[in-house]
Design a protein around this ligand. Structure first.
Ligand code: ZN
Length: 135
């Protein structure tokens, strides 16, 4: 059977226009989706880091509840009893914590650290986690 369009394409060796248009559409979709995918990945990493810092804040509270002086742990290693598996930042950030302010006195005159606990990640894009106050 003779097909004039098909034989014309085969003869010239040209790429069909439809194929070029499909490739361009795919390229445009890829270019448009790349920033969206990056933003979604970064948000997912931020959320995983936030969960890790929440776990650390919870472990710090448990540590303080067990401490006779209601003191804060010196470092993350002191939390190993409460954190069998140390939480990690997906971007390999390191964690630290700080208090917004210190010291109240108990009725016996003993200084007790108080204030808002903030757990921070060294990765600058990961916002601080402000633990809810338990005072
Ligand atoms: Zn982080």
């Amino acid at each position: 059977m003779y097909c004039p369009n098909l034989s014309a394409n085969r003869r010239s060796g040209s790429v069909p226009v439809e194929l070029i248009i499909a490739a361009l559409v795919l390229l445009v979709i890829f270019v448009l989706m790349t920033p969206v995918q990056r933003a979604m990945r970064e948000e997912s990493e931020e959320n995983r880091c936030l969960r890790a810092r929440r776990e650390i804040a919870a472990a710090i509270k448990k540590y303080r509840a067990q401490s006779p002086t209601y003191s804060y742990p010196k470092d993350l290693h002191a939390l190993s009893v409460y954190l069998p598996k140390m939480p990690e930042c997906p971007r390999q950030g390191s964690f630290r914590w700080r208090l917004s302010h210190y010291s109240d006195r108990t009725q016996e005159g003993r200084a007790v650290p108080t204030g808002r606990l903030t757990v921070l990640c060294s990765e600058e894009r990961h916002r601080p986690f402000f633990a809810p106050s338990d005072e």
